[in-house]
Design a protein around this ligand. Structure first.
Ligand code: PEP
Ligand code: MG
Length: 747
């Protein structure tokens, strides 16, 4: 067995770096590298195979094999020993290569005479570039040190490839990772199509110096960075007293990892072999990733995210690169992130053309913000972060839940046609703008829009909405770092009403809690925040902010009519208390000599089933009721609106749910209480039609839905549809969807 020392490895890395720093074509460099490695490892053969496309590897340089086979010998992913290394991301080390399962004989390379084979992946985090192989005649397994040493060399090669060292005019297609089209299939978060360029929410740290000259100095840097990392985690843990259990558990895992001796030892060894501290961190990240990705254990695979996050933090500490890398936001950014909160998304605002998330959920408020901003959103696009680079061209198909990264020109052209067709459809809807949503039987449904940003208001006119059925006031609170001042809010509400002109705006008071966490609010440690201290519950328990907001609304109205509704009312007493508080503020403002609204309408949002069964007096006391279908449905079926596993199990057109809605409609009608429906279902044409057929007089939805919903209502006969729904229900159907869609098919 040939012993290799640390100094052998360091000197090889230095020679490699020097070779890569000298001018010359990519091929020339690769040839010199294979020669250097074979020489240093004392093997007869060293070869570099790189991905030609995601499924094919190509021999790109060799020392020892037949030079004629370079750029000719190719193999599929998984084929032969090289293909096995590429597929698994794990080394293959054997003293008797021809006896290995899957061994592929390649006569053109003259390979049969080499008995021992060691192949290691050339990879960066989440990104496979190729395979580095050494072979020798004598039948022996390579030692652990040799395997390790070759992995370190492969790490340096990966960095160099990434830097474009091999990619020049004369590149023969080398260094092709991150250059191929990739398609991701996710889930629709918000419909619509967008074309743009990638903007990573948390950009990858770039390692520019994979080789370390002074191992002691590198080790010291690593030690200091790890200490800083440990301190960061301690700080996070200290601030986490009020966090939910799961969040704390993640931090505890981080703490364990950050103190892991094994992790530190492996990175120190990499440094000893000649890597810089940051390259050592990245090597460990890649190796662990390749190992964990193969694991059948779901828990372990989920730990990948923790490991990535921790490694990235360490890399940021070492390189001093913050999230702000100085890269410029492209003019048509498509945001890519693991997940994002509503406040962060609002910060980007309408600048974004599209959003693609690896996680996320349809019912989340980030999705609602995307909808409010009319930004196409695809969620559950697995691995998109590892594949995408800042600035890559990207197409987001929100309708199909599909994302095309670096698309082929033919795909891009077809996509542009689709965007043009959608624009055409919007134009057709625009022609309906001034027309009422009157069906074939002469009934007119009032269509309103949901809003939450000042920027939404221009859509009011363009969309043809009769008013704003739901103005989500929390969005202003979410975008700031402190509680907004009363005067700021009053000025904003005034502007909203100015923009709406004579159309009514229904302001909903602050609805926070659940997934809408204000950055300046102490997080609550609640086992189930959706059913916890949220919305009006917070408003009544801590009346300061609610009072301030009510005053701002009264002042912003400047004597004009005002409509206010309270979110998440579960009992009449909550409504009465909130209403009394508003009336008190009206009296106070009047007593101070201020102008108060000439007409005040006070409503409740019906979002919990309990309220549907409230006594008659409650319905009489409300000027209007707005059904918050998103929350109502989640509590009706006991299915978390943010949990993709259960969210889709239950249909809005389920007979039980529609019967419940019908009862609410009847109770409001009997008491002369105005009624609207403002959940997301109001903006889905089929659902909207069914709700209208059941007698819902007003639907409030995102502006882009008004055209399609109006179009459908005008073609339909709501009286006929109602009969069809009732008959299907009487016949015992659990879902009324088949009956509704059959009716639509014959329209
Ligand atoms: C709802 O629950 O339907 C609703 C409109 O409120 P939000 O989605 O903001 O909770
Ligand atoms: Mg709600």
């Amino acid at each position: 067995m040939v012993e290799r020392s640390e100094s052998d490895s360091r000197s090889l890395l230095r020679r490699l770096r020097d070779t890569l720093a000298t001018p010359g074509g990519g091929q020339d460099r690769l040839d010199r590298i294979t020669h250097l490695i074979a020489d240093s490892m004392r093997t007869q053969v060293c070869s570099i195979y790189l991905f030609r496309d995601p499924e094919t590897l190509e021999l790109c340089a060799t020392e020892g094999l037949n030079p004629e086979s370079v750029h000719k010998t190719r193999m599929r992913l998984g084929e032969g020993l090289v293909g096995r290394v590429a597929r698994t991301g794990q080394p293959v080390n054997t003293g008797n290569a021809p006896a290995e399962p899957g061994f592929r004989y390649m006569p053109e390379t003259g390979e049969e005479i080499y008995s021992s084979f060691l192949g290691v992946p050339i990879q960066r985090v989440g990104e496979k570039l190729g395979v580095l192989v050494v072979q020798s005649r004598e039948a022996r397994e390579f030692s652990e040190d040799e395997v390790y040493g070759l992995e370190v060399v492969a790490m340096v090669l990966a960095e160099m490839t990434e830097l474009g060292a091999f990619i020049g005019d004369n590149n023969n297609g080398i260094g092709a990772a991150h250059r191929f089209p990739v398609m991701f299939r996710g889930t629709t978060g918000q419909e619509g199509a967008a074309e743009g360029h990638v903007w990573l929410h948390e950009p990858r740290v770039v390692v520019t110096n994979p080789v370390g000259d002074d191992p002691d100095a590198e080790l010291k840097r690593l030690e200091e960075a790890i200490q800083a990392l440990q301190a960061q985690i301690e700080d996070m843990l200290e601030g986490s007293a009020a966090m939910d259990k799961e969040h704390r558990q993640v931090l505890e895992t981080y703490k364990m990892l950050a103190h892991s001796r094994g992790w530190f030892r492996r990175m120190s060894e990499d440094i000893g072999l000649g890597l810089s501290a940051e390259a050592a961190v990245e090597k460990e990240q890649s190796t662990a990733r390749a190992r964990l990705e193969q694991s059948p254990d779901l828990y372990l695979r989920e730990r990948l995210n923790d490991l990535d996050d921790l490694s990235n933090r360490l890399l940021r500490l070492l390189t001093g690169q913050g999230k702000d890398t100085g890269a410029e936001l492209p003019p048509d950014p498509v945001l890519i992130a693991r997940n994002i909160g509503p406040a962060e998304l609002l910060e980007y605002g309408r600048a974004l053309k599209g959003v693609v998330l690896e996680e996320g959920s349809v019912g989340s408020h980030a999705a609602i913000v995307a909808r409010a901003l009319s930004i196409p959103l695809v969620i559950h696009a697995e691995r998109v972060i590892a594949e995408a680079l800042n600035g890559d061209p990207i197409l987001v198909d929100g309708d199909q839940g599909v994302v095309h990264l670096r698309p082929e020109e033919t795909v891009a052209a077809a996509f542009r046609d689709k965007i043009a067709m959608q624009a055409e459809a919007q134009k057709r809807y625009a022609d309906l703008r001034e027309q009422p949503a009157t069906d074939q039987s002469g009934q007119t449904i009032s269509l309103m829009m949901n809003a939450g940003l000042m920027a939404d208001l221009p859509s009011l006119k363009g969309s043809g909405a009769d008013g704003v059925g739901l103005f989500r006031t929390e969005l202003q609170f979410l975008t700031r770092t402190r509680v907004p001042r009363r005067s700021e809010l009053a000025a904003l509400y005034k502007r909203v009403m100015d923009a709406a002109g004579d159309k009514r705006v229904h302001f909903r008071t602050l609805d926070i809690g659940s997934d809408k966490v204000l950055p300046y609010m102490k997080p609550q440690d609640e086992p189930n925040p959706a059913m916890g201290w949220r919305a009006i519950r917070v408003g009544l328990d801590k009346p300061g902010v609610l009072r301030m907001q009510l005053q701002a609304l009264i002042r912003g109205a400047e004597g004009r009519p005002l409509s206010v509704m309270f979110p998440f009312i579960a009992t009449p007493s909550e409504f009465h208390a909130a209403r009394a508080s508003l009336l008190r503020e009206m009296e106070r403002e009047a007593a101070l000599g201020r102008t108060v609204p000439c007409d005040l309408k006070i409503g409740a949002m019906l979002e919990t089933p309990s309220l549907g069964f409230a006594p008659e007096s409650f319905f009489k006391a409300c000027d209007f009721i707005s059904i918050g279908g998103n929350d109502l449905k989640q509590f009706f079926f006991a299915a978390d609106r943010e949990n993709e596993r259960v969210r889709r199990r239950y249909d809005t057109l389920d007979a039980a749910f529609l019967t419940f809605i019908e009862q609410i409609i009847a109770r409001c009608a009997a008491n002369n209480t105005a009624l609207s429906f403002c959940g997301e279902d109001a903006g889905r044409p089929v659902e909207a039609l069914a709700l209208a057929a059941l007698g819902l007089p007003t639907l409030s939805m995102r502006p882009a839905s008004i055209g399609p919903v109006k179009h459908l209502i005008r073609r339909a006969n709501l009286r006929e549809l109602r009969e069809i729904i009732v008959n299907a229900r009487d016949a015992g159907a659990q879902s009324l969807r088949p009956a509704v869609t059959a009716y639509l098919a014959n329209l």
